[in-house]
Design a protein around this ligand. Sequence first.
Ligand code: NOJ
Ligand code: CA
Length: 539
Amino acid sequence: MPEPAAWWRQAVVYQIYPRSFADANGDGIGDLPGITSRVGYLRELGVDAVWLSPFYPSALADGGYDVDDHRAVDPKIGTLAQFDEMVAALKAAGIRLIVDIVPNHTSDRHEWFRAALAAAPGSPERDRYVFRRGEGPHGERPPSDWTAAFGGPAWEPVGDGQWYLHMFAPEQPDLNWDNQEVREDFLRTLRFWADRGVDGFRVDVANALAKDLTPPLPSQAELDAEDLPDGVHRLLDRDEVHEIYKGWRELFDRYDPPRTAVAEAWVRSAHRRARYASPEGLGQAFNFDLLLASWDAGDFRKIIEENLALARSAGTSSTWVFSNHDVVRHATRFALPSGTDLDEWLLGNGTNPPADAERGLRRARAATLLALALPGSTYLYQGEELGLPEVADLPPEALQDPTWTRSDGTRKGRDGSRVPLPWTTAGPSFGFGPGPAHLPQPAGFGELSVERQEADETSTLALYRRALAERRRLQTDEGLEWADAPPDVVEFSRANGWTCITNFGETPVPLPRGRLVLSSTPLPGSVLPGDTTAWLEVD
Ligand code: NOJ
Ligand code: CA
């Protein structure tokens, strides 16, 4: 008998951003008991696994990606015992668990960073991070002019002529991965969670761990110029990073079943990304190409072909994703003219240019059905099954994303995709919790709630449930075959007769042969209208 394919290769993984999922104790922040209480919902939705964004102790300078202690639970969110209860409830429902691992940086409250600040320049405590002497006689100027991802300088002075590097917020000092203790400690962290029943890991900024800081440091302009598809960059996507993941893979493979991992690696070319996904490495990598694509049949088909081929040659399966906690929700992206500058658009409180919400949702549903019919795993982001739009008009005083302050108010950031979920039509936070939510929800959120959509068989929730159930029956580890289709149409079939067709245009097209399984919007007779996907089955 052939080996059964690894569970993750064709999994549907649902991302939970814990602070915004469900609040059991009413403090306005989603928590682990909240997740446990909703396991029934996840089972009914039909997902194979949950990816849990950081739940570790954190001052929330970057929504939890500033980790004080990688082997503990944030008391604001729960306890380790409640973590175990959540794992047990998920397991009982047949749902696997992937946790987020943040290896590029710790928080500035991590005991290592406190020890580094208390210790002298050149000490072993400082060597766990990236400290450099500043320029000028007293080190009063930063070691380079590098800028951080959220805006502002990437170096922070500590008062003795030394500066530390932070690629993200100043509260997120970068670790030094040339330091053995750092390497060993992360292996310990991975073991800690794997031993507690965690099935896999999502690796945050997986492409940034290996850095070359040999002097002289290049300027930001030189750094940007290094950033070529296959060029060697001082800070990103360096070949040495794969050495680290080889060690992690050895650890993962000691478990039965082997632990899985998925790299978050925003690299410039799909074939560089495939290296993170090799079986000797993390095993899978997020493919953000569809998330970046506009609504265009040719672009979609090209992206799909390329990624399936790369995944095959790397010995893995592709991933597909349209939304996560870092980007404008796809129901809203598809509601805007292609090429819209989303940062600009958010600054206008979502009014410029106006979003065509109906069209956005229609396309989002069609896009999701298309991705769910592809070979590979699909990552869903909490709330997309409700068709939630980006909450674009959050008032500045409500914003929590460091992007807003670090960019001096020129970029609003990611809070609009992190607004707590509406579970019920009414209530102080629409069922998110017994009190108000930590980010304000729009007045109309109740209309999008789980309660409302459960009662409506044409709802987006009903569509996701049906789609995941049918996919469970139809999905295979085999590839696909393209059908000849008009320019605005993408059509393919799987070996078992499962056909998927998407009409990206406006003119209805004939449906292919087969029994209709489902469609992203109701079909008027035997044609496929614009912005619609249908699944059919040929016996
Ligand atoms: C990627 C995470 O998804 C994002 O939310 C975070 O801000 C950065 N990495 C830094 O950890
Ligand atoms: Ca809570």
